[in-house]
Design a protein around this ligand. Structure first.
Ligand code: URA
Length: 239
């Protein structure tokens, strides 16, 4: 495999940035500074460092995106969350792990790792998604209890959710383990209030990076990827 392709494989560098880093002497192969972006290397066998740090080869790409309003969580067409990655971030096979409504903002995981995505989204794995909401009118005690106990939405009954309303009950956070269409909006509506804004602030062990402006993304760190794998694994299948 070409060295520049390997360095760009996990999404931390574009192919152009990878070639540039190699030419600037930031990359070493088996302790020797590399100079040629097209040098042949074997992932797993050759020891590669970038700026002296071990480069861990991953065949998959994982990005955290701060989704802005106005973008759809699909892969085809205009104004998709994938289009936000630009040429530097695009890799074949990337898709959003789950969906946020067009007007919902915040943390969206984008990856090409189908099996992990499948586990993270399985309602049986109980991986929590936490949202900050604003709503009107103010939530009532009864409405809050409904959400805590599991709301009947007609076509399905939402599982009990953890809700932490603000003092004035016009905003708060709610954590759900399912990802049904318009779920949070429908839960609040059923509880007597309408969501006016919705932002996902956490997906399992991942919290939205406060340094990401709306529309920005970054590759996940090794620790974050491991935490996601543990969440998919450890949560196990519960009844
Ligand atoms: N619940 C919703 O209603 N919308 C979202 O985008 C996510 C969760």
């Amino acid at each position: 495999m070409r060295l520049d392709k390997l360095i760009a494989s996990n999404g931390a560098f574009s192919r152009r940035q990878a070639a540039d880093a190699i030419r600037r002497g930031r990359v070493a192969v088996n302790g020797e500074p590399a100079v040629k972006p097209d040098a042949a290397v074997t992932p797993g066998a050759d020891r590669i460092t970038v700026d002296g740090e071990p480069f861990l080869y991953s065949p998959n790409v994982y990005y955290m995106l701060n989704k802005p309003a106005g973008y759809v969580s699909s892969t085809e067409g205009r104004d998709t969350v994938i289009a936000l990655l630009g040429e530097d971030g695009k890799r074949p096979g990337l898709f959003p792990c789950g969906r946020l409504d067009i007007d919902t903002v915040g943390l969206l995981l984008i990856t090409d790792d189908g099996p992990l995505s499948h586990l993270l989204l399985s309602p049986r794995r109980h991986v929590e998604k936490e949202y900050f909401f604003t709503c009107s009118p103010a939530l009532t005690d009864e409405g809050i209890k409904m959400i805590e106990n599991g709301v009947d939405l007609g076509d399905f009954t939402a599982k009990p959710a953890r809700i932490a309303p603000s003092r004035d009950r016009l905003s708060g956070t709610v954590a759900v383990t399912e990802g049904k269409y318009h779920q949070v909006k429908r839960m609040l509506s059923r509880a007597g209030s309408e969501v006016t804004t919705l932002k996902r602030v956490r997906f399992g062990p991942l919290s939205l990076d406060p340094d990401l402006a709306p529309g920005e993304y970054r590759p996940l760190t090794e620790d974050e990827i491991s935490a996601l794998r543990r969440a998919a694994d450890k949560e196990g299948i519960k009844p």
